[in-house]
Design a protein around this ligand. Structure first.
Ligand SMILES: [Fe+2]
Length: 365
């Protein structure tokens, strides 16, 4: 008698009498059985309910057993298939094994033989699934390790950014404040957590390319020459070059590094991107970066007041800055006395979770 939670088996044969023989045998072994009179009917049933085992005759009208087998292997690879053949068709049976059937039974069959083949096929199936499960877990573990190594490298670079900033009283705490402002803007705009994490990552590392800029030029108190300005403005592309190998999975964070000096009107650096060519994450970080730069002391000018900096953001809307990002910034800080924000503590960086499509698929049931 079939047991509750018994393994389900689909018997496919155009001859009702042979189907019944197999069903009786399998039910006697504790299986639950479904029957299909043709390959087409079997496919329809499998679409509605996946079964671990299909026993199918090879010679059937409409759709033969080989076509059915091919379809099952392609669509439901965890289903074990046993084909039933006439003795004269042993060659076809061997071809079916090559296609992926787990076994075959030749007619006329002994019930003991069918029983043994079914048990063996289910054992092979569970071994195959274990191997697949192991392979997928291994892939996932390798991928997690690779990301951890990338994170550790990013954390070293983050430490380098903070070290460089701390050395210079004019830029101390800049990157973590930019990340904090960006988070407030993103929160106001209702962005998803993974996007916020991406922005935080890009914001904290956005100025890393300054390690390739001469200290003398960076700290020059007077007006910059044209050549010096161009030299400083190489830092976004230097930063992007440094980080590209570590940020393959987070292109938007890398875009913040490369494009945080772009402007909506196309007059920015380094690529002269315009409007929508600049990703939203970058447009948000650019507002945060500019506000923090304006309200910080610089060797060549005093810090701007909060009111003056906000006015600059307002006036730059549509030219330099993305208007919704500026509006979100203003809405996020209705109380101006909360500005500028105190410098947050530095926390270890994390790569945002991979989108589902990049994750290894779940192990088979
Ligand atoms: Fe910058």
């Amino acid at each position: 008698m079939p047991q509750p939670n018994a393994v389900k088996c689909l018997v496919v044969d155009d001859e009702p009498r042979l189907r019944r023989v197999l069903v009786r045998l399998l039910e006697g072994e504790g299986f639950t059985c479904a029957e299909a009179g043709s390959g087409t009917e079997a496919l329809e049933m499998l679409q509605h309910e996946l079964v671990p085992l299909v026993i199918s005759d090879l010679r059937m009208p409409q759709m033969d057993g080989v076509t059915l087998l091919r379809q099952i292997i392609a669509r439901w690879p965890t289903t074990a298939v046993i084909v039933v053949t006439a003795v004269a068709e042993v060659e076809s049976a061997v071809a079916c094994l090559q296609l992926g059937a787990l076994d075959y039974v030749a007619k006329p069959f002994h019930l003991d033989e069918v029983r043994a083949r079914v048990m063996q096929a289910l054992e092979k199936r569970s071994l195959k699934m274990e191997v697949e499960d192991y392979r997928q877990n291994l892939e996932r573990r390798v991928q997690e390790q690779a990301r951890r190594i990338e994170e550790l490298s990013l954390e070293r670079l983050q430490a380098l950014v903070h070290f460089l900033e701390e050395k210079d009283p004019y830029t101390s705490g800049h990157s973590v404040r930019v990340a904090a402002y960006s988070a407030r803007i993103g929160g106001q705009l209702g962005l998803e957590q993974s996007v916020m994490e991406t922005i935080a990552l890009g914001a904290e590392l956005h100025d890393i390319g300054k390690i390739g800029v001469s200290d003398v030029v960076l700290r020059k108190a007077g007006k910059l020459t044209e050549a010096e300005y161009r030299h400083i403005m190489e830092h976004p592309s230097i930063g992007a070059r440094i980080l590209a190998p570590l940020m393959r999975d987070v292109p938007a964070a890398l875009a913040i590094v490369r494009s945080h000096h772009e402007r909506l009107d196309g007059k920015g650096f380094p690529d002269g991107l315009k409007g929508d060519q600049i990703p939203l994450e970058v447009r948000i970080a650019a507002v945060a970066d500019s506000f923090d730069a304006m309200t910080s002391l610089r060797p060549y000018r005093p810090a701007l007041s909060v009111e003056k900096a906000l006015q600059e953001l307002e006036e730059g809307k549509g030219k330099q800055f993305h208007p919704p990002a500026v509006d979100a910034f203003l809405a996020a800080f209705p109380d101006l006395s909360a500005l500028p924000v105190p410098t947050p503590a530095v926390r270890p960086l994390h790569l945002p979770a991979l989108p589902d499509a990049r994750r290894p698929s779940a192990p088979p049931d």
